[in-house]
Design a protein around this ligand. Structure first.
Ligand SMILES: [Zn+2]
Length: 101
């Protein structure tokens, strides 16, 4: 798996699918990788859950400034977790989304 330091994105490709950068390095277990954009309620819920599980996560507020331009919901986060937890957090996120909807 490769890692784009620009985007904090783990990917299998030679080049980053987000920014197109070609010089990617191998991902490390402790690299924080982008997981998904989540709405605020889900993000807060997830943070609580991950804190309980002792999984480190970073929630970056998203939407201020550009939100009017792109007509996005005002309150959302970009979620990042360390690569070693990426798959399990994706699964947790899916479960939470199912139960929330
Ligand atoms: Zn990138």
């Amino acid at each position: 798996m490769n890692f784009c330091e620009n985007c904090n994105l783990a990917c299998q490709d030679e080049r980053c699918p987000k920014c197109g950068r070609k010089k990617l390095r191998a991902v490390h277990d402790d690299d924080f990788c982008f997981v998904a954009r989540v709405d605020r309620a889900l993000g807060d819920h997830l943070k609580f859950f991950l804190d309980n599980e002792k999984i480190a996560c970073v929630l970056m507020p998203y939407g201020t400034g550009v939100r009017a331009k792109f007509a996005l919901p005002s309150e959302s986060y970009l979620l990042y977790v360390q690569y070693e937890n990426l798959e399990s957090v994706r699964q947790i996120l899916q479960e939470l989304q199912k139960s929330n909807i």
